[in-house]
Design a protein around this ligand. Structure first.
Ligand code: PEP
Ligand code: MG
Length: 620
């Protein structure tokens, strides 16, 4: 146990859920040190060769790395490394280094580092996080090249002791990809944002992670230096976005119990995998998975998903930082369809903008700006290529197309015209596709929910995007920590729009699902069952819990309370009512849900606060 008792609670951005207790391992990247050397004429040739050999060696290392990642995590993540390989041979960087050696007669490591600065300086100054995040890739590649020129070994995360919490200023995507989950049980990072690939990869690897912790290294270094010989225990709570250094006994006890509880509950819930998601009185609700990468279909099936309810295709671009061709997309969609067969896969067309920015597409008020279809209509080739890829892949399984962020009927008509155009282009080339492929829309703007009755006549299904619907209804930025308290899908205004959408779908004979975070909220699940939702789609790991709730309630009970909540005025009244009814009608289920003490289930804790665990503000 630690000798320094001053507990420090550091807050950051939660990017990958789960909690981990372990010893701190501070990971510091290799910083190459080199001197400027003036070469004589004879040395110029050998120095150029040294550089060329180092590039080749780096290329081999990256190819090995790519194969390893491909084996473990699938093609999209391996593509991150392909991007780095192209960077290696970037004509400007490569040629300019050779020229620098030849003309300025300087040693290879100096020449390469000087040329690199031309790239790094503007990226560092870029206002758009996407560009700053690309720095990580350049740093990753260049430190490999420099270590090969200098003939030194790069430090690796393989040396980390099993059960460690990795603390770093930043981690490169390739470093995260290679993390061994037995050794590194949690990650805390000073830099980074939600869209960084480091964040995406920790989530895909299911390693709890918190990023964006201000002054993390300084605070951890001071603590660990003052605390020589101690074991430097810390708790990383990826769900709440906190790192607790030198935790008190009380917090350790709490988290140890929580960890044990989570594991027991996981085991219990996992046993439900093969069972049906049907209420006690026989109402069936389909449970599907939200995915970003093909590799996630495995976890989806493992958790009992009967389909993919939302494939967020923006990540195909975000993980490559380059346009994805129609052929590449066709392969990805086909692979997903085949893996999930006979279950359906709903491919959402690109929803760039908002928090999912790509180069050149960033803007000051992104959630109300050039987002999703608006952006696609201004880039017809981008949109048409994606539609053609989905259509071509449709012969390989049960694919459906879903349009995001619809706010007017005109947009739906315009999207349909593009789909017709894509079909015609394929027909002209004699390329087969499923001509009856279903077309659905995401209902995630108030205008769409209010006109759901009109939209339902023109598409095959709805999927409610509760994240955006809540944000736009309540005027609360879904990513802004300062207003996070106001973001509540249980607000009766949001519930009314959801209810309206479900009724409009059913009275027009189409099915309706919900694929926002609300699908993982126990109260949300009960209310949605009562409103008659047909499908819930969520992060795979939450499927067993949703199934457990569905199996333990009556549809008639859920119907009754879902009607009652529509008469209420506040989210806390809604929560109170559902909790009270649940505790009297299904005390066992209510207890089970209360015992799951995690931010993901927060709505159950809020009204009574009995089980809530308030993390105090930073003490440092
Ligand atoms: C939503 O808005 O609820 C949704 C599922 O879409 P995304 O989170 O990708 O915007
Ligand atoms: Mg959305």
């Amino acid at each position: 146990m630690s000798t320094l008792k001053k507990e420090q609670i550091l807050h950051g951005i939660s990017v990958s859920p789960g909690c981990a207790i372990g010893n701190i391992f501070i990971y510091q990247r290799f910083v190459p040190s080199y001197k400027e050397r003036i070469l004589n004429d004879a040395e110029v040739i050998s120095e150029k060769q040294k550089f060329e050999i180092a590039i080749k060696e780096t290329e081999h290392e990256l190819i090995d790395l790519k194969n390893e990642i491909h084996k473990e995590m699938g093609n999209e993540l391996a593509e991150l490394i392909s991007f780095q390989i192209t960077l290696l041979y970037d004509q400007d960087l490569y040629k300019s280094t050779i020229e620098f050696i030849e003309k300025r007669k300087r040693n290879a490591e100096f020449a390469y580092s000087e040329v690199l600065k031309r790239y790094i300086v503007p990226l560092n100054a870029a206002k758009t996080p996407f560009f700053r995040e690309r720095l990580a890739d350049i740093t990753d590649v260049s430190s490999r090249v420099l270590s090969n020129i200098l003939g030194v070994e790069l430090p690796t995360t393989y040396e980390v002791a099993p059960g460690s919490l990795l603390i770093a200023y930043d981690l490169l995507p390739s470093e995260v990809a290679l993390l061994d989950r037995n050794r590194v049980i949690g990650v805390a990072i000073e830099a980074g944002g939600k869209t960084s690939h480091t964040s995406i990869m920790t989530k895909a690897k299911e390693i709890p992670a918190v990023v964006g912790i201000e002054n993390l290294l300084k605070k951890v270094t001071i603590t660990t230096q003052n605390d020589q010989g101690a074991d430097n225990t810390a708790i990383l709570d990826g769900s709440r976005g906190v790192l607790i250094i030198e935790p008190s006994e009380k917090k350790l006890d709490f988290y140890k119990k929580e960890d044990g509880k989570i594991k027991d509950q996981k085991n219990y819930l996992f046993k439900l995998k093969e069972t049906e998601s049907t209420t006690k009185d026989g109402k069936h609700i389909d449970l599907s998975a939200n995915i970003e990468f093909v590799a996630e279909t495995l976890t989806a099936l493992d958790n009992g998903a009967r389909g993919v309810g939302l494939f967020r295709t923006e990540y195909l671009y975000l993980s490559r930082r380059r346009p994805v061709s129609e052929d590449e997309q066709e392969q990805i969609y086909s692979a997903t369809a085949i893996k999930m067969k006979p279950y359906p896969v709903i491919i959402r067309t690109f929803d760039f903008g908002g928090d999912k920015i790509i180069p050149g597409y960033a803007e000051p008020n992104p959630f109300l700006g050039w987002r999703a279809l608006r952006l696609c209509f201004d880039n017809p080739e981008l949109f048409l290529n994606q539609i053609k890829a989905i259509l071509r892949a449709s012969v390989n399984g049960n694919l459906k197309i879903m349009l995001p962020m619809i706010s007017t009927l005109d947009e739906l008509h315009q999207a349909k015209a593009y789909i017709e155009q894509a079909k015609n282009e394929l027909q002209t080339k004699n390329i087969s596709f499923d001509n009856n492929i279903e077309l659905g829309i995401m209902v995630e703007t108030p205008s769409c929910a209010l006109l759901a009755d009109r939209f339902a006549k023109e598409c095959n299904f709805f999927s409610i995007g509760s994240n955006d619907l809540t944000q736009y209804t309540l005027a609360v930025d879904r990513d802004n920590k300062r207003v996070a308290k106001l973001f509540n899908s249980l607000h009766p205004a949001v519930l009314k729009l959801i209810n309206m959408t479900i009724n409009a779908a059913h009275s027009n004979g189409i099915w309706v699902g919900l694929c926002g975070e609300f699908a993982t909220d126990p109260i949300g699940i009960i209310l949605l069952i009562g409103m008659g939702i047909d499908e819930l789609s969520m992060v795979s790991s939450m499927i067993p819990l949703a199934k457990n709730i569905i199996q333990n309630v009556n549809y008639s009970f859920a119907q009754e309370i879902s009607h009652q909540v529509l008469e209420l005025a506040t989210a806390s009244d809604v929560t109170k009512l559902v909790n009270t009814k649940l505790e009297t009608t299904y005390p066992k289920l209510a207890k089970f849900l209360h015992d799951i003490d995690s931010e993901s289930y927060s709505s159950l804790k809020k009204p009574c606060n009995k089980h809530s665990y308030n993390v105090k503000t930073e003490t440092a």
